[in-house]
Design a protein around this ligand. Structure first.
Ligand code: ADP
Length: 575
């Protein structure tokens, strides 16, 4: 149904109502007025007829000419048309016409009953005079006396009533329409205001003025309900916005990548972590970003049976733990959460390797100690002195080795636990520190006279932990002594600061490191030549400790080496 304006609906209805009411009222009034006039006319005619009957004498009836004249005179006096009709229906006297010209009247509606003795009346069109007449017939002797009155007066009265009614109708119509216009105007404007306000509220604009200014109670109530609705709407929107912001903040701060898919597997949202990891394009299919069969299987099975799926996938050599969840009540929306566990997996592998390596490293000296000590015990003092001395020396050497490994492991573990707080760092002059390290290394390697040259800026100092830096120099100088002939030179050069860092290099002319091993020598327990390292008392942890010490100083250690020509280890300290 097409909605219509209030005016268009009300105006025709009211006009129709007023017209029908007035027409009905007019009809009833006209009808009752007419009946009333006719009845009172008949009453007058009856009274006149009685008087006329009494005034006509027997003699007058004997003389037709005189009778005609008398009838005419009476008619003039009473304004009635008077007709005398004999028992055969023949007109014997007539006030308005010549009786000889008049036809038989015995069968007239009012005459017939009167001839039978009953007075009667009728209203009908008169052919004789040419308009509606009201007739009254009264038995008179053997005949009938009939009086007649033209209805023209009645018609005039009715016309006047009709005229008045029409005038009243028009006035009432004008008043009704004006009143209606006023009422509609009072309703229409506030209603239009309310409609406008609702539209603004629907567009989430709550700045509209609150009052309609209407004095109508119903409009006022409607306006109040609208305000209440707007208030509640505002509260709900605020709450939804807050929840959305909270959710957004959580998503933004998550280190896990989160992607939301619609039921057609298109990406409809991705948090910053997901943007960084996969650079997805919104509205695109998930396969344009991640096309692993395992993920597709998880997505498909989650979409089918609403269960949360988890699993691991590999994408561009990163390992992700993925969970796919179907959002309840969301027409098949899926939330994909990716947790990058590559580092975790790597650390786990490192941990496993480390435990295996430590066990392996400890096993050799312990087996040796166990074997020789058992031999000595089983011999029960029956071993010759030279042999038992050799056995005890081996046991001692292996014990030292165990101690060296454990010391290095403890150093590494301590290094991992020390926080990198620079407030613990102090300026450290390097030359005295290197000289101390040299003394210790000569002692350890039993190369008491080994030559070592320090060159460059001898006043150089760095900010750091002096004890740890000395440990780094000990490890590098000891390696340089161990993996070179004692006759070859070792140089430590302190280069001037350049490009924001200070570099100290320990160079030897020793055996060098093969290119295939050079990247791995900083790993724990990695040794190029295991046998050589072991005979030199190496643990395979020295360079790993150096690397950690440099990390503690936000620096790094680098190596260049050529097999058979020597190696160069440089410590880079940031300024
Ligand atoms: P180790 O206790 O065996 O010396 P490191 O971690 O100090 O362990 O060194 C790892 C390996 O790197 C050594 O086993 C050795 O093969 C090699 N290496 C270290 N320094 C040198 C060097 N100056 N010259 C040649 N090889 C070296």
């Amino acid at each position: 149904m097409n909605p219509q304006p209030l005016r268009r609906v009300l105006y025709p209805g009211i006009v129709l109502f007023v017209l029908v009411t007035m027409v009905l009222l007019g009809g009833i009034t006209l009808r009752s007025t007419r009946n009333h006039i006719i009845l009172s006319s008949i009453g007058i005619m009856e009274a006149h007829a009685q008087l006329l009957v009494n005034s006509i004498s027997e003699e007058l009836l004997e003389n037709p000419e005189e009778l005609q004249g008398y009838i005419k005179k009476l008619s003039d006096d009473t304004q009635l048309r008077i007709t005398l009709i004999d028992d055969e229906g023949t007109v014997t006297a007539e006030s308005n016409r010549d009786p000889a010209t008049m036809d038989h009247h015995g069968s007239r509606e009012e005459v017939a009953p009167a001839l039978a003795g009953t007075p009667a009346s009728a209203i009908r069109y008169s052919d004789s005079v040419g308009y509606d007449m009201i007739y009254y017939a009264l038995p008179f002797g053997t005949g009938v006396l009939r009086t007649a009155l033209p209805l023209t007066e009645l018609t005039a009265s009715l016309r006047s009533v009709t005229m008045h009614f029409s005038a009243a109708l028009i006035i009432i119509l004008i008043i009704a329409l004006t009143a209606l216009w006023l009422v509609i105007s009072r309703i229409e404007r506030p209603l239009r205001d309310l409609a406008e306000r609702s539209e603004r509220y629907a567009a989430l604009d709550f700045s509209a003025p609150e009052s309609t200014g209407s004095s109508l109670l119903e409009v006022h109530a409607l306006s109040n309900s609208l305000d209440t609705m707007a208030d509640s709407l505002q509260r709900q929107i605020r709450s939804i916005r807050r929840q959305r912001d909270e959710l957004q903040a959580v998503l933004n701060s998550m280190s896990e990548a989160v992607i939301v898919l619609d039921a057609r597997r298109r990406i409809i949202d991705a948090n910053p972590s997901a943007q960084r990891a996969f650079a997805p394009t919104l509205e695109c299919d998930i396969t344009t970003v991640l096309d692993t069969q395992k993920l597709m299987d998880m997505i498909n099975s989650t979409a089918d049976d609403e269960v949360r799926r988890t699993g691991e996938i590999i994408h561009q050599s990163q390992v992700y733990q993925v969970s796919v969840t179907r959002l309840p009540g969301s027409r098949g929306f899926l939330v994909l959460v990716f947790n990058d566990i590559t580092t975790l997996m790597h650390l786990e592998r490192v941990r496993r390797d480390f435990v295996a390596n430590v066990s392996h490293e400890l096993k050799t000296p312990i087996t040796s100690i166990k074997g020789f000590s058992e031999t000595l015990l089983e011999a029960n003092g029956e071993v010759d002195q030279a042999r038992s001395k050799r056995f005890l020396e081996i046991i001692h050497r292996q014990t030292l080795r165990l101690q060296a490994i454990i010391d290095d492991l403890l150093t590494l573990s301590q290094l991992e636990q020390i926080d990198r707080l620079e407030e613990h760092h102090t300026p450290v002059r390097l030359v005295p520190l290197i000289q101390d390290a040299l003394v210790i290394c000569r002692e350890k390697t039993r190369q008491i006279d080994r030559e070592l040259t320090i060159e460059g800026d001898l006043q150089t100092s760095v900010r750091g932990n002096g004890h740890l830096i000395e440990q780094a120099f000990i490890n590098l100088i000891e390696n340089a002594m161990k993996y070179s002939e004692p006759s070859t030179p070792i140089t430590i050069s302190l280069s001037p600061p350049s490009q924001g860092e200070l570099i100290i290099t320990v160079t030897d002319k020793g055996y060098g490191i093969p290119p295939k091993d050079i990247q791995r020598i900083f790993e724990r327990f990695y040794r190029v030549d295991k046998a050589r390292s072991r005979t030199k008392g190496g643990t395979g942890l020295g360079l790993s400790i150096v690397r950690h010490i440099m990390l503690q100083h936000r620096g790094r250690v680098e190596v260049t080496s050529r097999e058979g020509y020597g190696s160069s280890f440089s410590l880079h300290f940031p300024l």
